[in-house]
Design a binder for this molecule. Sequence first.
Ligand code: MN
Length: 240
Amino acid sequence: MTAPLIGITSFEDRSRQPAPYVSLKNSYVRAVEAAGGIPVVLPVADKRQARLLIPRLDGILFSGGNDVAPWLFGQEPLPGMGSWDTLRDEWEIELCNRAWDARLPMLGICRGCQLMNVARGGTLIQDIAQSNPKAMLHNPTIPHDELCHHIEIEKGSMLSTLFGQGALLVNSLHHQAVGEPAEDFTVTARSQDGIVEALEAKDGRFALALQFHPEGLFLRYPAFLAPFKALVDAASRRAD
Ligand code: MN
């Protein structure tokens, strides 16, 4: 089995002056490596490069980060919206759509989950607390490896083959969420307040989007390496 090349999106940290840095939480890299993939960090680039880059990869991971610009899913900014970076958004939307057309295995985490949904035509909830005062707290200030709330995993989903169906305790580090799911996706997990916590492709390809952060949990709870192993497995089947 070929060790597959897994592209991981990153962002440009412009707070690092005078010279901005390419930035990515290292736990994404470590999780792909632990799952047997070769991690390749992808800097934000001119979106015309996506067409050239996608055929060189075996799989892609859309990482966490800033909010997605509201006009990219047809909305005006509402109170509670955080900061966004249009260059990153447009680059990743192009990557996602090129990867989709190439049937490249893809995993999205947190912002990456939301980005995949927007790229394929879905919408986001700009701020969970503002849109639903009865929603529970999805962004407590606790470490990334702390479990936070339950999700309910749909029977028969790909996610249920990774974690089992029914209740699963996950971490939670988000103030936005998927609103209207894109036509290509089906919701396969929600929290008790109805927030979408996982999407997967309706057509059975490997396209999995998670609102929680398995990369923050897998060192303490090894079961959370499963989504990375599934991505690497799908990518290496494609590479062979
Ligand atoms: Mn959550």
